[in-house]
Write a protein that binds this ligand. Sequence first.
Ligand code: SF4
Length: 393
Amino acid sequence: MNPLAVYIHIPFCTVKCGYCDFNAYAGMDGLKRDYTRALLREIELRHEEVAARNITSIVFGGGTPGEMPPGDLTAIIDALRSSATISPDAEIGIEANPGSTGPDDLRQLAEAGVNRVSFGAQSFDSEELRFLDRIHSPEAIDASVANARRAGIASVNIDLIYGLPGQGAAAWDRTLQRALALNTDHLSLYALTVEDGTLLGRRVREGSVIMPGPDTVADLYERATTTLGRSGFQQYELSNWARPGHKSRHNITYWSDGDYLGLGAGAHGYLNGERYENVAHPREYVRSLRGPASGPRAAVSSASVPERSTAIFDWVTLALRLSEGFEPAAFAARFGACLDDVIGPPLAECEAAGLLQRDRRGVRLTRAGRLMHGEVSVRVLAHLRAGTPAHED
Ligand code: SF4
């Protein structure tokens, strides 16, 4: 049976953080019930597409899925169970904010099959948390991890953000040490990025917030790489570290060209070579799934099969996010062409610049290259855009 990952977007948050450009909304709690009904309807409408699939992972992301009534999330898992086969060892994960998913909720979710929880901890420094508009305290992170453990959830992750204005190495080290003391199974580290249309973006433009330079951010990333490596974590992706047996199978699907069904407002999906996106606004999403006569794409706002050069770019740049990189044979099997014939020149340039390593095991970024993934991607894209007509369809 064909494997399938399922992503379910829950767009509700208590507060909209100033740096966040996710499809997430505060003050819409009144819509939660209708939203769950719409998700159940979307699953029903997608039934035929997923019936022959083996679901290997289900992830509730957001937004703050941990603040949904656990019974609603359980109903969604049950609906998927009746539509398709869920693999007995499937990863079933949920994103939650520290302090906002209580011990009873976590227990209920664990009973429904949730075996992975990811807490948006972001920092253990109260001032940094305030700057990020996070409403939890450092102590709430400790308590939430302990509650998840007590509930019997097998994999516990925390997300951290680095590269905050004024954040020095010492402050970042303290956050890392507090995170390590929790003995979680997985850590995801993200650089704070300034997105257009966010409050942070406006404050940076106005000059009231000064972001650190790229060298400072790179230094913080390097420190984390060294610290986590010494603490028994394996870096398996640019932003992700795991203890043995705790890599996120769901996210590996994204980086490995696997199929995933995206459900919910603004969710993206990739099915049988086609990429699609659902309508973004939760009210519009709910509206699109009301009434009896709507097909499996009732909530889809756009869908397309990527051109070959786009598909190659996506495949290579996503695979290079993985520490193990990829094998040229896998590229040849996917695209029916030799890797060197298609993108040999930019790969050779990156290898000469020390960003890329090639050997019998395949192609992967070097440690220096991990800081320059964007640069490698730009070179690959420029080459593909310049055209390799012999290999285009
Ligand atoms: S809690 Fe997460 S998803 Fe919600 S607004 Fe903040 S950063 Fe965005």
